[in-house]
Design a protein. Structure first.
Length: 257
């Protein structure tokens, strides 16, 4: 669809289940860069896994009419396509897709459960595949396109208590490359970001110190660190960056001999 001269870019950001997580930081940064943003998440999921938070709808009050926040369940077969359609209906188009959402529970060897594996694959893999497909169908190729998917640090070392999560996020890295090959000719870049451990309030004191000591700078990553990279990947300056898996993790796990 063609857009009027005054058309301003639109981003869809998933995984905005509260106002203090990575998704929310991405929303704030993209709005500052001139984007209108449709933000979505499932606050009930954050609550179910014990992550403290608040109603992400507060972002709209904070940032104004350039932000629309609505909960959305991406685990349903039609959920991703319905979400992209809602963005287009609200803002007239969609230029950037930033997929921050994830499902993660403990899945160690010996306690693997078929239903729990399926939930990881449904939310972390299937939903992203269908989101990219819906985005590609809706995108106006007269404008630059940006897709930023989220992976994790599984390629740097074993994640032995999160086997299903690690497998699902490994799939995202390969899909980023495949989608890039399919969409590059349309001016759409596709990259994946590993944000590393982020201080969003989920860690108990013992875990917090254990993780902090494994950062060379002895501080955790914060959502704003990741949002800076996402903003760059969504910008015009990143038009030649695609098919990349980029760590924004502060050198987590590096040790000086």
């Amino acid at each position: 669809m063609s857009q009027p001269d005054e058309y301003r870019p639109v981003a869809l950001v998933t995984g905005v289940g509260r106002t203090a997580n990575i998704g929310a930081a991405v929303v704030r940064r993209l709005v500052a860069d001139g984007y209108r943003v449709f933000a979505t998440g499932l606050p009930r999921y954050d609550s179910s896994v014990g992550v403290p938070g608040d109603d992400p709808a507060a972002l709209a009050a904070e940032l104004g009419p350039d932000v629309h926040v609505a909960p959305h369940d991406l685990s349903t077969p039609d959920g991703p396509a319905e979400l992209v359609a809602a963005v287009v209906d609200r803002f007239g188009g969609v230029d950037a897709l930033v997929s921050c959402h994830a499902y993660s529970t403990s899945t160690p060897l010996g306690s693997l459960d078929a239903a729990e594996i399926d939930r990881h694959l449904t939310v972390n893999v299937r939903a992203n595949m269908l989101l990219v497909q819906a985005y590609a169908a809706a995108h106006d190729d007269a404008r630059p396109g940006r897709i930023v998917l989220f992976t994790s640090g599984q390629r740097h070392g074993p994640m032995t208590t999160e086997l299903a999560y690690a497998a699902s996020k490994a799939a995202i890295e390969y899909l980023a490359r495949d989608f890039s090959a399919l969409l590059a000719a349309r001016g759409i870049t596709v990259n994946a970001v590993n944000p590393g451990p982020n201080d969003t309030g989920w860690a108990d004191p013992e875990t917090y110190e254990w993780v902090r000591e494994r950062f060379p700078r002895k501080r955790w990553g914060i959502p704003q660190d990741t949002a800076k990279l996402v903003a760059f990947l969504c910008s015009d300056e990143a038009e030649w960056v695609t098919a990349q898996v980029i760590d924004s993790a502060g050198g987590f796990g590096l040790h000086v001999a």
